[in-house]
Design a protein around this ligand. Structure first.
Ligand SMILES: *[C@@H]1O[C@H](CO)[C@@H](O)[C@H](O)[C@H]1NC(C)=O
Ligand SMILES: *[C@@H]1O[C@H](CO)[C@@H](O)[C@H](O)[C@H]1NC(C)=O
Ligand SMILES: *[C@@H]1O[C@H](CO)[C@@H](O)[C@H](O)[C@H]1NC(C)=O
Length: 357
């Protein structure tokens, strides 16, 4: 049914409101539209729209279900035709974007969401949104709005793309990157420059790093959980310390990258020999995968508990290994990804590979 027809129908329903009431305080009036679907109009019933969770975490490239349900109080005896509309609410204000609109079992999807979203409608009252092929730009707040003519109620749910923040220093050494080379370095690791919020969350989770790095907004900051002398001094409180906005071309720092969680597997390649860098790249290819990037190793460590005490080559020519459970002789006191720098490429080590699903 077209939106216009429905609008006309609702107009009719409004007009019918003048019908006499029943003694229970509600009044009902049945009208039948062309295809025989009954529409009931009534007063005194409340429409309630709810979401079971306020934040949902998902991985880039994956699927997610944003929960939304509605019901009436008191409960209805017969189902009503409702419209459901999902929209995306920009974090910084501005116009909401339509995601999906449904009338009965017909629905339309909009813009970048076309073909990637669908509505769950079973059992009655279900209005959850399933989104696929998640992109970084999908993160944000979604509004689930249920409209049944008289009532229009909504609930919001935040979609957060899971990821991990890591400090990055190129092979040239400490403080060698202007803003654009920092952006590029993160991209090469399957990541992007972290936002302040992402760095702050990482700090809350324990990230402590004594080198300042670029963030996405062009500021330079570093997270400290344990104050110490070589790192601003004992007297400076723990926190994310900021140098403020720096000159994007003239000033050189490290970078804080954010790697969104990805579908795929990172593993230490079981191989009979140790490998130089060229051999390592080849060995992953021969295993049907590719040499892992730094961001992928961090994601596997953070979200999949990857724990392996052998140093392995990564795509940028660095040597690292992930530790989830610190233990003697494994080089880390706390869970983390240990970096052994950028050895010369003829040296022989293991390798971490990444296999896409
Ligand atoms: C996402 O959903 C589609 C169908 O709805 C399914 O084919 C696909 O395997 C799902 N992908 C993931 C990563 O769950
Ligand atoms: C940033 O540094 C890179 C590499 O050192 C250089 O090629 C590039 O021109 C610099 N970018 C700007 C905007 O200065
Ligand atoms: C790695 O070893 C191969 C021989 O197996 C050699 O051809 C190649 O040049 C070596 N690469 C490096 C970077 O040393």
């Amino acid at each position: 049914m077209s939106g216009l027809l429905l609008a006309v129908l609702w107009q009719l329903l409004y007009l019918c409101q003048a019908a006499p009431g029943y003694s229970n305080g509600f009044f009902y009036h049945d009208i039948t539209n062309g295809n025989g679907n009954g529409e009931i109009h009534f007063n005194g019933v409340k429409l309630i729209v709810e979401t079971t969770e306020s934040s949902i975490f998902a991985a880039q490239g994956g699927n997610v279900t944003l929960p939304c349900r509605y019901h009436y109080q008191p409960e209805l005896q017969s189902p009503r035709r409702t419209r459901v509309k999902w929209s995306w609410v920009p974090a910084l204000g501005g116009r909401e974007l339509d995601v999906l609109a449904a009338i009965g079992h017909r629905h339309r999807t909009f813009g970048a969401f076309q073909g990637r979203v669908r509505l769950l409608q079973d059992p009655p009252g279900e209005a959850s949104l399933v989104m696929g092929e998640l992109r970084t730009s999908d993160a944000g707040r979604y509004r689930c709005e249920v409209i049944d003519g008289l009532e229009d109620e909504s609930a919001v749910v935040d979609l957060e793309l899971r990821g991990v923040v890591f400090p990055y220093q190129p092979s040239r050494g400490r403080y060698r990157m202007n803003f654009s080379s920092a952006q590029k370095a993160c991209e090469e690791q399957g990541a992007m420059l972290a936002t302040f919020d992402q760095l702050f969350s990482a700090w809350e989770e324990g990230l402590d790093w004594c080198n300042a790095g670029w963030l996405a907004d062009g500021t330079v900051q570093y997270p400290i959980t344990a104050s110490r002398t070589p790192c601003g001094g004992q007297d400076l409180a723990p926190g994310v310390r900021s140098y403020g906005a720096r000159h994007r071309r003239l000033h050189l720092y490290d970078a804080f990258c954010f790697s969104p969680s990805l579908h795929g597997e990172v593993y230490f390649l079981q191989h009979p020999q140790k490998l130089n860098f060229t051999e390592a790249v080849q060995a992953c290819e021969e295993d049907g995968s590719e040499i892992a990037r730094v961001g992928q190793l961090y994601v596997a460590w953070r979200f999949l508990g990857l724990d392996h005490c052998d140093a392995g080559w990564l795509a940028d020519g660095s040597l690292r290994y992930p530790v989830s459970t610190p233990r003697p002789n494994c080089g880390l006191q706390r869970p983390g990804v240990r970096s052994l720098g950028f050895p010369t490429q003829h040296q022989k080590y293991g390798v971490y590979c990444f296999r896409a699903p």
